[in-house]
Design a protein around this ligand. Structure first.
Ligand SMILES: *[C@@H]1O[C@H](CO)[C@@H](O)[C@H](O)[C@H]1NC(C)=O
Length: 354
């Protein structure tokens, strides 16, 4: 708690020192008439001129791997978390923003120029360019089709980009995962397809849907996608009425692996419900719930899935009173929750949907 408070204080003070020419009120206080009152918004670090008007929000940097930044929302004047609605257009939401509202990092297809995120230009490959920081005409890094499944939607074609000079050029072949240095020659194909003469051809049914399957250069299945079994060189649907069977090689009526996290375990060639209550993962139907295998909102305590004590808590392995992950999705009362690592409890926030 001390470390956290000290960090926030330090940050707020340095920001104040940098911004306020003549300090009227102490840090985190602002004028109400002629007196200094604490800023109306507890997340505000500068409300000098008017205690109700925040100019700058606190940033929580005590966890360097997960900085929580806020900005002043124009509509409400309140400190709002950066990653729910970015202050400056085209920020990389996951990277958050600086306390002044500027992006830490730009979104895909934008480059940081004079502190603003500008679209990468045609000369850099436009939407095919991941990062053109410094100069929107020069791409530094192309989008990675294997990490970004919106590429096809944006470019109209499902294939990777290669950096040629300062421009990202899309591989000529469809379903190509890499064509380093030469857009016309594909070197690696996306899942579900196979490399054949510099192009990518589709695998046969059952190994061609990107579900972990693979096929030979002729397109014949060598490994099936989930829910299929390889029988005499062909991938066939596993015959499980509940669709919980992940693999059934050799015999479609005999399951060899169940879909993980569905509360079932393999028993005599079938996927049978875990008997332990609120359990999503068990070694055999009758065994205790596996470590980390309890349903959201439950933690394994003394071998049983026990309801997490804290409201908004989704993960509390080992001790129901110690939360390690909170519910980020809105609940019925439009609340979402953030973990306070100091107390290992979830703090409720009301969604600002203005
Ligand atoms: C569970 O966590 C709470 C809160 O941190 C603590 O007071 C309690 O001692 C813990 N229980 C066990 C068995 O560790």
């Amino acid at each position: 708690m001390g470390r956290r408070a000290a960090w926030i204080e330090l940050l707020a003070l340095s920001l104040l020192a940098a911004s306020a020419a003549a300090a009227l009120c102490p840090a985190k206080k602002g004028l109400k008439g002629r007196s200094c009152k604490p800023c109306a918004d507890p997340l505000c670090s500068d409300c000098q001129a008017n205690y109700r008007q925040c100019r700058l929000c606190t940033a929580e940097l005590w966890d360097p791997s997960n900085p929580i930044s806020y900005y002043v929302a124009a509509a409400t004047g309140k400190c709002t978390r950066c990653d729910t609605s970015p202050p400056t257009k085209n920020c990389d939401v996951a990277a958050g923003c600086f306390p002044n509202g500027r992006c830490r990092k730009c979104a895909r297809g934008y480059g940081m120029v004079n502190g603003m995120c500008k679209p990468c230009g045609v000369a850099a490959g436009g939407k095919g360019c991941q990062n053109c920081d410094g100069n929107t005409a020069v791409c530094k890094q192309c989008v990675n089709i294997e990490k970004d499944d919106s590429v096809a939607f944006i470019t109209g074609r499902n294939s990777a980009f290669t950096l040629i000079g300062s421009k990202c050029v899309q591989c000529t072949a469809s379903d190509c995962a890499a064509c380093p240095g030469n857009a016309a020659v594909c070197r690696r194909c996306l899942p579900g397809t196979t490399l054949s003469g510099g192009r990518c051809i589709g695998c046969a049914a059952g190994c061609g849907y990107g579900g972990g399957g693979a096929c030979s250069a002729s397109g014949k299945c060598t490994k099936c996608d989930s829910y299929f079994g390889l029988v005499a060189g062909v991938c066939k649907d596993c015959e499980d009425p509940n669709d919980l069977c992940a693999a059934c090689d050799g015999n479609t009526k005999r399951c060899t692996r169940c879909i993980p996290g569905m509360g079932v375990a393999l028993s005599g060639g079938a996927c049978v419900k875990c008997l332990a209550p609120n359990c999503l993962s068990c070694a055999t139907p009758g065994s205790p719930c596996s470590k980390g295998g309890c349903a959201p909102g439950y933690g394994l305590v003394g071998g049983r899935c026990t309801k997490c004590a804290n409201k908004g808590c989704v993960k509390c392995e080992g001790n129901a009173s110690r939360c390690t992950a909170c519910q980020l999705e809105l609940d019925d009362s439009l609340n979402f929750y953030f973990l306070d690592p100091a107390t290992q409890t979830c703090a409720a926030f009301r969604a600002d949907i203005s």
